[in-house]
Every structure is written in structure tokens, then in C-alpha cells.
Ligand binder design. Structure first.
Ligand code: FES
Ligand code: FES
Length: 212
């Protein structure tokens, strides 16, 4: 098959590739540019793991052929820390990255690069999005782990930093800050009915019938 030459800017650097016309953009990014932070979850446009920021919007890179990116400007998760808004918060990270770190917005991390770039695209348009707007914006990005609660808080954190507002304290660093974060983004006591009494890690609990 005749290969096509494409030239595009990825994370601020101009790149030239020769690709088969049928090659998906996500494969060009991962295989030819070795930027494996862009993930592949489904290859069919459903999960959003492959989301990149292309010419000012979040796009699913498994839904485009690589030649469609000719002449475009793309940011992947690897380039976020080099964007002009990086370092506006308390770290050198992009505010969206810092938000996910501070607000416990990830667990396994598989969805995270796509979520962050979807969040960045939203914050380019809205400096103070509502929770509903954030949820609508990330509705094309699936997360199997977090329950989304802390992803929303992470994007809200980034919105505050980018707009010069005081972001909430990290519940990870400051468990008494009043902002609750749990591993699944759900109720702090995990929905237990015993009042959320924590396990006493200093005592031995019976492991089952046969152990007593
Ligand atoms: S890999 Fe592109 S949407 Fe799932
Ligand atoms: S953090 Fe595991 S899929 Fe979202």
C-alpha cells in the first residue's frame, strides 16, 4: 500500500511520518512516535482512553486515520507539563495533572490521560464549569475504577487554579480538610452501615469459619 507523508506538530515539536493511509492516529502516536501515554481501550470510539488534544479540541485518536492529522497540532499527556499554563499551581505540572494528583482522581490510571485531555479541552472553553458540565464533558470517557466523583473534583481543582481562584485543599494531604476523597469516589465509609467505624489495624480479625 502506498504510504503517505504527514507532517504535524506533537507536543510542540514538528514530526514527519510515512504512514499507511489506513493507519489510525492512535497507532501512529503510540508506535511511530513512542508516546504510549495515549492508551487504547476499545479501538471503536467508546472508551475515550485514546483522547488527545488536537487543534483546540479533545478527539478520540482511534477514530481518525493518521493522514487526517497532517498539518495539525496535537498535545498528548506527555506534553502537558510543557504547556504555558503548567506551573500555575503548586507544582510544575499542568493544573489538570495537579488536580488529578491532589484530588485523588485516579486509581489504575488507564483512563487518566484521556480524562485529563478531555478536562483540558473543557477548561479552554469554560473557566468555571458546573459539575453537570464537567460530567457531560467527560461522558465519552469511561473509567472502571473511580466512580467519577474525584475526577470531577480534579477538574474543578484545575478550573480554580487556571482562573486564579484558591483551589480546595487536597484530601490526600489533608485528611481533615473537610473535602472527602475515597478510593472509589463514593461515600467516605464505603456505604457501610456501621457508621463508618474504621477497621482497627492493630487487632486480629477472624478470617472465616475454619480459622477460629
Ligand atoms: S480506544 Fe479510542 S475510544 Fe476507546
Ligand atoms: S482510574 Fe482505572 S479506569 Fe479510570
Amino acid at each position: 500500500m502506498t504510504e503517505k507523508e504527514i507532517t504535524f506538530t506533537v507536543n510542540g515539536t514538528e514530526r514527519e511520518l510515512r504512514v499507511e493511509p489506513r493507519k489510525l492516529l492512535v497507532h501512529a502516536i503510540r508506535e511511530d512516535l513512542d508516546l504510549t501515554g495515549t492508551h487504547i481501550g476499545c479501538d471503536t470510539g467508546n472508551c475515550g482512553a485514546c483522547t488527545v488534544y488536537k487543534d483546540g479540541e479533545a478527539v478520540k485518536s482511534c477514530l481518525q486515520f493518521a493522514p487526517q492529522a497532517d498539518g495539525s497540532e496535537i498535545t498528548t499527556v506527555e506534553g502537558m507539563e510543557d504547556l504555558p499554563e503548567a506551573g500555575m499551581g503548586e507544582s510544575d505540572l499542568h493544573p489538570v495533572q495537579e488536580g488529578f494528583h491532589e484530588m485523588h482522581g485516579l486509581q489504575c490510571g488507564f483512563c487518566t490521560p484521556g480524562m485529563m485531555l478531555a478536562g483540558k479541552a473543557l477548561l479552554e472553553e469554560h473557566d468555571d464549569p458546573s459539575e453537570t458540565e464537567i460530567r457531560q464533558n467527560i461522558s465519552g470517557n469511561l473509567c472502571r475504577c473511580t466512580g467519577y466523583q474525584n475526577i470531577v473534583k480534579s477538574i474543578e481543582y484545575a478550573a480554580d487554579v487556571l482562573a486564579g481562584r484558591e483551589p480546595p485543599e487536597s484530601p490526600v494531604e489533608n485528611p481533615s480538610s473537610g473535602v472527602e476523597a475515597t478510593a472509589d469516589g463514593g461515600e467516605p465509609d464505603g456505604g457501610r452501615t456501621d457508621g463508618g467505624r474504621p477497621l482497627d489495624l492493630t487487632r486480629e480479625y477472624p478470617r472465616g469459619d475454619g480459622d477460629e
